[in-house]
Ligand binder design. Structure first.
Ligand code: UT7
Length: 320
């Protein structure tokens, strides 16, 4: 058995901040942000637009796209590093919002690789015949974890959610390779606010902190490597891949990965200009855009690749 993607959806906050707005908050400018990252705007959640609400919005759109009702779901996994609550988990909040009473629900923290890890987990359950129909969501309100006084990070991140509905089918193809490098975790961190030593006010450690240069180097070396590993394992040629749907962290990272692999940049779609880096949501939002633009046809081969906090990274091969 294999999980086939029957539908995708996404949901982002209504309000969008352009680079000029950020230049009023920190010492930066539109030209620097565009040139160094490719980002032009990012959606920023306002009151009421919680991680769970965005996740539920993306989930509804994915169910509609799949032509299924919420009662069909028997598994919901939400990948997030920015839930409003530790308990109940965001997936249970999505279950309630959808009325998906038959589903088993849990969250997964895989940082920017989270959506891929959620997909791998769902695929394993579906392959075993344990569940039949799964909803996987990547959802973030990174604006809650962003230090809006730190120009080296605040220009990068955005809020949003993307989702996919998978259903077990006897035939199809799915393959994945993932890796983690816990000994390098210090280059991208965000401490929990629920630590006694931080007292009531939290602390600077409770915002996203990053050695941007190190993360950049990590990404452009590991992502081509893991994609090559996956292609070799599956005996698939680079030219057979129709789209490489990469985590949107920086347009220069995507371009560097395409160059290192020797792939046609046209097959490495980008949407970071509008959304910024939405961590676990970036891959499913991009997938949904490709789907809704009619660019995905059944039988096409796609590689999804994520990388980020942990450090962690991975790639998956799907046949649409
Ligand atoms: O989702 C996974 C996690 N994140 C990532 O994958 C991010 C990976 N890293 C990156 O995307 C890039 O490293 C950044 C976009 C974060 C930074 O770009 P960079 O080209 O590596 O710039 P830099 O940190 O080397 O800084 C270059 C200069 C510095 O000034 P000096 O020392 O050359 O005078 C910075 O102080 O740019 C300065 N700078 C800025 N200037 C204007 C840093 N941030 C800004 C800013 N606006 N926002």
């Amino acid at each position: 058995m294999i999980g086939k993607i029957l539908g995708t959806g996404s949901c982002v906050p209504a309000q969008s901040w352009d680079n000029n707005k950020l230049s009023e908050m920190v010492d930066t400018n539109d030209e620097w942000i565009r040139e160094r990252t490719g980002i032009v705007t990012r959606h920023v959640a306002q009151s009421g637009e919680s991680t769970a609400a965005l996740a539920a919005g993306a989930a509804r759109a994915a169910l509609e796209n799949a032509g299924l009702g919420a009662e069909a779901l028997d598994l919901i996994i939400v990948a997030t590093v920015s839930p409003e609550n530790l308990v109940p988990c965001t997936a249970c909040q999505v279950q309630e919002a959808l009325g998906a009473g038959a589903a088993t629900c849990f969250d997964l923290n895989g940082a920017c690789t989270g959506f891929l890890l959620a997909m791998n987990t769902a695929q394993a359950y579906l392959a075993q015949g344990i569940y039949r129909t799964a909803l996987i969501v990547g959802a973030e309100c990174l604006s809650n974890l962003t230090d809006w006084k730190d120009r080296s990070t605040c220009i990068l991140f955005g809020d949003g959610a993307g989702a996919a509905v998978l259903q077990a089918q006897p035939k199809g193809r799915y393959a994945q390779v993932t890796h983690s490098e816990g000994d390098r975790g210090a280059v991208l961190t965000c401490a929990s606010r629920n630590r006694r030593e931080f007292g009531e006010t939290g602390g600077p450690e409770t915002f996203l902190r990053m050695d941007g240069g190190e993360v950049f180097k990590f990404a452009v070396s590991r992502v081509p490597r893991v994609i090559a590993e996956l292609l070799e394992k599956e005996a698939v040629a680079l030219e057979e891949i129709d789209y490489f749907v990469l985590h949107q962290a920086n347009a220069r990272i995507v371009a560097a990965v395409a160059k290192r692999l020797g792939g046609d940049p046209e097959r490495f779609p980008l949407n970071i200009a509008e959304y910024g880096n939405t961590s676990s949501a970036s891959i499913p939002i991009l997938l949904d855009e490709l789907n809704r633009a009619g660019k995905l046809r059944r039988g096409m081969k796609l590689i999804l690749a994520g990388f980020g906090g942990g450090l962690s990274y991975g790639a998956s091969l799907i046949v649409w």
